[in-house]
Design a protein around this ligand. Structure first.
Ligand SMILES: Cc1ncc(COP(=O)(O)O)c(C=O)c1O
Length: 393
C-alpha cells in the first residue's frame, strides 16, 4: 500500500502533504499501455488529477489528454505546450470555451446535445475551421455488477438519446463547420474488466449499426473511462490484460475502426498518498476518534464515495492511546462528515503519521478546499520507487 520512497518522505512530514511517486506512476501507466492492443488509443481524463508532474508522466504513455473545461484546456496548454487536447468533452460548454478549443486545435469535440452541435458549427465556421465531432450518446445499457456511478443508460444530463444522435448525424452533412467522426459514450464508473468489456461491446455494436444507418464510414468509437478502483481492496487492480483481450476481439471483428478509451481514476489513483499527523485522540461514548491535521477539505474522496480511505500508520514515538480498539479518523472540520476512515483497527498515538493510500485521483482536486480556511496541503513529487509496483492484472 506504500512505497519505500513514500514511507521515507511521510516520516518527515510536519503537516498534511500529498506525496506523488512518479516512478510508480510511470511503471503503472506503461503496464496499462502494454496490456492494450496497439490499435487502441489510450487517452487520460485529466479531471482525475491535473497535477502537472503527473500529466507529464501520463502523456509519455498515452495518445493524449481529454479535457472537460476551458480551465483544463488552458492548464494543458501551460503544462504541456504544443500538445493539443485529444478531446474536449463535458456538458455545458460555453461559446468562449468552444472558441478557445477551436483556436487551440483540439482534435475531437465530444458533442453533448443538438444545441451544442449547432453552436459548435457556427463558431467553427466563424473561425474558419472544421471541427471533428464525436456524438456523445446515452445508450440504454445497464452496467453489469452494479457499477458505482451510472452516467448513462437512464435519464441523465450526459450525452444525447440515440434518436437525437441520429438527427444530429443526418444534419451534419449540411453543416460546413463540423465533420462527423464517430461516437463517444461514457456510461458508468467503477466497472470491473468483465463489466467494462460488456459495456465496450454494447457501445461498439451500437456505434457500427448507427454508422451504417447514417452512412458514416471509418467510424471512431470512444468508449470512455470508468475502470474500477476498489478502495476496500487496495491490492486489487482492474484487470487490464483481460480488458485488452476483449478489445482485441472487438477490433478483430471490425478491423477498420478506431477504438479509444479515456480512463482517469484507474490511471493515477494508486500513485498518490496523503500523509498527515495525529493531533488528538479521544474517546467519545465508548468509541475512539483520532483527529488528524487536514481532513476531507484536502482529501474528499472518502466523503464523496462513502468509503474508508485505506491507511497505514507510521509511529511517531508516542505511546499508543487507542490500543487496538477501532478508531475513526477525522479531520479538523466542524462537520460530522469530515471522516477519512471509520472504525478501523489501527494502533495510534498522538504525533503518529497516518498515510492514506489511493489518493492520486479525484482527491485534492475535488475537495472543498476553502471550507474553514485551513492552509492547503504541501505537495511533493518523489522520483520514485520501483518497489510495491501495482500489477495490472
Ligand atoms: C466523459 C468522461 N470520460 C472519462 C471519465 C473518467 O472516468 P474514470 O475516472 O472513472 O475513469 C469521466 C469521469 O467522469 C467522464 O465523465
Amino acid at each position: 500500500m506504500i512505497t519505500s520512497a513514500v514511507r521515507a518522505e511521510a516520516l518527515a512530514v510536519d503537516g498534511p502533504t500529498y506525496l506523488y511517486d512518479l516512478g510508480h506512476l510511470d511503471a503503472h501507466v506503461a503496464a496499462i499501455r502494454a496490456a492494450l492492443p496497439s490499435q487502441v488509443e489510450l487517452l487520460y481524463a485529466m479531471k482525475a488529477n491535473p497535477d502537472p508532474a503527473l500529466l507529464g508522466i501520463v502523456a509519455r504513455h498515452t495518445g493524449g489528454i481529454e479535457v472537460a473545461s476551458g480551465g483544463e484546456l488552458a492548464h494543458l496548454a501551460r503544462t504541456l505546450p504544443g500538445t493539443p487536447a485529444a478531446a474536449f468533452g463535458g456538458p455545458g460548454k460555453t461559446d468562449a470555451e468552444i472558441a478557445e478549443a477551436l483556436a487551440a486545435g483540439v482534435r475531437r469535440f465530444h458533442v453533448e446535445s443538438p444545441w451544442e452541435l449547432h453552436r459548435l458549427d457556427g463558431l467553427a465556421r466563424a473561425a474558419g475551421r472544421v471541427a471533428d465531432v464525436l456524438l456523445r450518446v446515452n445508450l440504454p445499457v445497464s452496467a453489469p455488477g452494479g457499477a458505482a456511478l451510472m452516467m448513462g443508460g437512464r435519464p441523465s444530463p450526459f450525452g444525447m438519446d440515440p434518436a437525437d444522435a441520429d438527427d444530429c448525424a443526418r444534419r451534419i452533412p449540411d453543416l460546413s463547420g463540423v465533420r462527423l467522426r464517430g461516437v463517444h459514450a461514457h456510461l458508468a464508473s467503477g466497472l470491473d474488466a468483465a463489466g467494462a468489456g460488456v459495456v465496450a461491446r454494447t457501445i461498439v455494436e451500437w456505434a457500427l449499426r448507427f454508422a451504417a444507418d447514417v452512412g458514416l464510414t471509418a467510424t471512431e468509437v470512444n468508449i470512455g473511462g470508468g475502470m474500477a478502483v476498489d478502495y476496500a481492496r487496495p491490492d486489487s487492480r482492474f484487470d487490464w490484460v483481460m480488458y485488452g483481450a476483449t478489445l482485441r476481439r472487438l477490433l478483430d471483428a471490425q478491423a477498420a475502426r478506431t477504438l479509444r478509451i479515456e480512463p482517469g481514476r484507474a490511471v493515477t489513483a494508486y500513485s498518490g498518498w496523503y500523509a498527515t499527523r495525529v493531533l488528538d485522540l479521544k474517546r467519545s461514548h465508548g468509541e475512539w476518534f483520532a483527529i488528524v491535521a487536514g481532513g476531507t477539505h484536502h482529501l474528499r474522496t472518502p466523503a464523496a464515495k462513502g468509503h474508508s480511505q485505506p491507511l497505514v500508520a507510521l509511529p511517531g514515538g508516542g505511546a499508543p492511546v487507542a490500543d487496538g480498539a477501532p478508531v475513526t479518523v477525522v479531520g479538523q472540520l466542524c462537520t460530522p462528515k469530515d471522516v477519512l476512515a471509520r472504525r478501523v483497527p489501527v494502533r495510534l498515538a498522538i504525533g503518529d503519521v497516518v498515510v492514506f493510500a489511493m489518493a492520486g485521483a479525484y482527491a485534492w482536486n475535488i475537495s472543498h478546499q476553502n471550507f474553514l480556511m485551513h492552509p492547503p496541503p504541501a505537495v511533493r513529487h518523489l522520483a520514485g520507487s520501483t518497489d510495491h509496483l501495482p500489477s495490472v492484472t
